[in-house]
Design a protein around this ligand. Structure first.
Ligand code: ATP
Ligand code: MG
Length: 398
């Protein structure tokens, strides 16, 4: 049965309409901002007493994601619940779904959590979408290791579960390296993927409503450094139009085939020969979609709120060209490793600069502390200002 629409500002069961989120990181924080702007109250569940989202939410439950009492309190406060990270135990979502609308559903999150199931889903969708995953093999034991096809080398061995930002991965060139890497990764279930010649990377964010309506943000072109997203560019000419529309169509078919409700991001590789390959998906808003907060008339977080509440998903329109720079913890250290505050006054003097800091107390190298989006009338203008900011901050040019 389709749950009723949760109208912003409504009083439901004697309490203001409240949206809950599992996870209190920056994605949860921006979800909370979007929900509050519409007039919802919010509740965040996170084990960290000072989580970025918990600090800005009406209610915050400090507990682990499998704590049954905490999940019951969350269901007591929230009229609908979403998640901000894919490694939330699918059981927690399933437990909440017994009493509250939950989007995305546990079953979709469970597929996204597991590269083996995720790639199987992509392969099933490839017939309709024309976009296949990289050639790969499942490594789930000694027999599979011995039988790994030679054409997958050189390749990348990735753990099936719990990988992010390039963690849980090893590049392997020979069978010996493959065996050593699998041992180093703890002999857990893995996927061995052929190392592909990448010309570019891109991603597509869609939102799908309970009624099956799907809307899409424009295709994002992404630059990764050291396995972590560094720069996202979204403007005319960022991608060949035929590839962009192929990626959008493929993403919609991946979401439809899951019967997905909520915001979904799918990442792609563009190969040197121009082919598109589907890499992985995130069952939530994504770092590559942060530009939409400043450059689109509905952000990925607005869409997450609408999909969760059962509100209509108006098609988002990008009104400004955008370049986003990720702000990693190393920027908080100056010469000789001395802690510093980056020169935001100089950065904010540049036209079209939008600074977003996540309120994390401690900076560590590689930690996502915030992002900086430049908006403007043209690709040239936003690129020029983003490059000036990169030079001021000590970010490598792109
Ligand atoms: P995320 O933080 O996006 O979840 P992740 O750790 O799950 O990242 P992937 O997205 O699988 O990992 O890989 C990280 C990066 O490594 C990719 O963005 C790409 O630059 C590179 N990479 C991954 N797989 C391949 C491949 N088969 N061939 C070439 N490069 C690859
Ligand atoms: Mg990735």
């Amino acid at each position: 049965m389709t749950p009723p629409v949760l109208l912003p500002g409504a009083v439901v069961d004697g309490r203001p309409a409240t949206l809950g989120v599992l996870g209190g990181g920056q994605l949860g924080r921006m979800f909370v901002h979007a929900a509050q702007a519409l007039g919802y109250e919010t509740v965040v569940l996170d084990p960290d007493p000072a989580s970025p989202a918990g600090r800005v939410s009406h209610h915050c439950i400090q507990a682990g994601y499998t704590d049954a009492d905490a999940l019951a309190r969350l269901a007591g406060l929230a009229h609908a619940v979403t998640t901000e990270f894919e490694n939330v135990p699918a059981d927690a979502l399933a437990a909440l779904a017994r009493t509250r609308p939950v989007a995305p559903a546990a079953q979709a999150v469970a597929i996204a959590q597991d590269r083996i199931r995720e790639k199987a889903h992509f392969a099933r969708c490839a017939a309709a979408s024309g976009v296949a995953p990289a050639p790969h093999a499942v490594i789930d034991g000694e027999a599979a290791l011995a039988a790994a096809p030679g054409h997958l080398l050189p390749g990348i061995l990735k753990t099936a579960r719990l990988g992010y930002d390039g963690k849980g991965q090893a590049r392997v060139a020979t069978r010996d390296e493959l065996a050593a890497a699998w041992a180093r990764l703890g002999r857990v279930d893995c996927v061995l993927e052929q190392l592909l010649p990448l010309a570019a990377e891109c991603s597509v964010i869609v939102a799908r409503g309970r009624d099956g309506q799907v809307v899409s943000l424009p295709v994002q072109r992404n630059l990764h450094r050291g396995g972590i997203l560094a720069v996202t560019e979204v403007h005319e000419g960022n991608m060949p139009p035929a590839l962009a529309s192929q990626a959008q169509t493929a993403t919609i078919s991946i979401a439809n085939a899951l019967g997905y409700v909520g915001v979904l991001c799918v990442e792609y590789f563009v190969l040197e020969d121009g082919r598109l390959v589907v890499n992985e998906m995130a069952p939530r808003p994504h770092n590559s979609g942060h530009y939409s907060v400043d450059a689109c008339d509905a952000s990925q977080f607005d869409l997450q709120v609408r999909a969760l509440a059962g509100l209509p998903l108006a098609t988002p329109r990008q009104h400004s060209a955008a370049v986003m720079l990720n702000l990693l913890g190393e920027l908080w250290f100056g010469a000789a490793g001395a802690p510093r505050t980056p020169p935001w006054d100089q950065v904010l003097a540049l036209p079209g600069a939008h600074l977003h800091l996540y309120g994390k107390a401690e900076a560590r190298p590689g930690r996502k502390m915030g992002h900086l989006t430049f908006t403007g009338a043209s690709a040239e203008a936003v690129r020029a200002n983003a490059l000036r900011a990169a030079a001021l901050l000590g970010i490598e040019p792109f």
